[in-house]
Design a protein around this ligand. Structure first.
Ligand SMILES: [Zn+2]
Ligand SMILES: [Zn+2]
Length: 411
């Protein structure tokens, strides 16, 4: 294949703000242009002009500054319909948060519009030509619409974005695609997950136990993917389930973007059995439900704060966390110290607090298995802060651990 010059503008040795720039004789492209949605957010290096921008999925750590690119330059913007539909409310929300918190403004509403006017719709398994490459998108199994990009020109390159290789309620796991060069995430290098079915079984049992004992269950949940997955996991238990926050916008998008879920029919049925909380009057009555699924997933804002405030002294009620809690977030503090900061005050909720590992990232052994099945010559590990933990299991390959801003060449 063409000699490729690769440079990470972000996300090489860290989880988040992924931005991979690839230049070759006939053109150039970037995969993802994300941020780290902390307070304040961390951004990748400034954008550089490319011919195409390929987005792996909607999460802000991959998509969050795509409008900033389009503020400076033009390019073709490739994403599945589900990803394109999903980023709109997320980018609008990121913009709103930046304004409220007085963070530096990296883009405006009209830059978001420019992203969509550059959009080229792609479908899993349907190849198209781009600057000397035949490009094929494949499902990454991570969230609906998530994409692994396969570039072929004599030799081939696969860029995974975030991947999950087991089946979930909502999606089929990612299937490896043979490639000569593989750029793969490594979030869970050195760590394995408990089996998904077992976690889900235990989670359902614990939710029922809390409700049967007269408590409520608060589920602080990411808006994209996890909200909808929890709705599917819990819908047949005969419980009253309320859903509040940004997750409802995404659920609406999933309902209007068929073709991406394992069972659209089952999803529709599950959603129709929940109570959508739309305003403060409904919020006041939402605690009549048994379960409240609400943003934000790390408890740093959103309607979850109000619910915890109202239930924090109830020993029978529970807060169950199902997503990774990054450092310096309320969720992490709750798990590690049993405390939370609510409206500027540190409080110690009296609730039952438990964590269920329902990660949407493959664990260590699944990553190794996936790499072996892609069977590349060169493996480039990114999107991880523990990447060297994979090295002993990858002795058959040339492995590159890039660092942000360092350019290297792959042939
Ligand atoms: Zn992701
Ligand atoms: Zn990610």
């Amino acid at each position: 294949m063409i000699k490729m010059k690769i440079r990470f503008l972000g996300g090489a040795e860290e989880v988040g703000r992924l931005a991979i720039k690839i230049e070759y004789e006939e053109g150039s492209f970037m995969v993802d242009y994300g941020m780290i949605p902390e307070k304040p957010p961390k951004y990748p290096l400034p954008p550089e002009k490319v011919d195409g921008l390929f987005l792996t999925h909607a999460h802000l750590d991959h998509s969050g500054v795509v409008p900033h690119y389009f503020n400076k330059f033009d390019a073709k913007f490739f994403a599945t319909r589900m990803t394109a539909n999903s980023i709109k409310p997320l980018l609008d929300d990121a913009l709103k948060v930046a304004r409220l918190e007085h963070y530096p403004q990296y883009f405006s509403g009209s830059d978001i519009d420019r992203v969509f006017s550059s959009w080229e719709n792609v479908e899993y398994g349907k190849s198209f030509e781009f600057q000397g490459y035949t490009v094929t998108p494949h499902s990454a199994g991570h969230i609906p619409g998530s994409t692994m990009w396969h570039f072929e020109n004599g030799r081939s390159l696969l860029v995974t974005g975030d991947i999950y290789t087991s089946d979930t309620e909502m999606l089929k796991g990612a299937v490896p695609v043979k490639s000569d060069v593989l750029i793969i995430e490594s979030t869970y290098a050195g760590r394995n997950h408990e089996k998904r079915e077992e976690v889900v079984k235990r989670f359902r049992e614990r939710v029922m136990e809390v409700v049967d004992a007269g408590g409520k269950v608060i589920l602080p949940t990411f808006a994209v993917g996890r909200t909808q997955e929890l709705i599917m996991i819990l819908h047949d238990l005969g419980l009253d389930i309320a859903v509040d926050g940004l997750g409802n916008s995404l659920t609406g998008i999933y309902l209007h973007t068929p073709g991406f879920l394992r069972s659209f029919k089952k999803f529709k049925k599950a959603v129709s059995s929940t109570h959508v909380i739309r305003n403060s009057r409904m919020r006041a009555n939402a605690l009549k439900n048994d379960v409240i699924i609400t943003t934000s997933g790390m408890m740093d804002g959103g309607p979850v704060i109000g619910y915890v405030n109202r239930l924090k002294n109830d020993e029978k009620s529970a807060i169950f966390l199902t997503g990774y809690q990054i450092e310096d977030t309320n969720g992490r503090s709750l798990l590690e110290n049993g405390t939370l900061e609510l409206d500027g005050k540190v409080v110690r909720p009296q609730n039952i607090v438990e964590f269920f590992d329902m990660s949407a990232h493959s664990g260590h052994d699944d990553l190794v298995n996936f790499i072996n099945r892609v069977s590349p010559e060169t493996v480039i590990l990114c999107h991880g802060d523990n990447r060297e933990k994979l090295l002993p299991d990858l002795e058959d390959y040339e492995v590159i651990l890039p660092r942000n801003d360092h350019e290297f060449v792959v042939e």
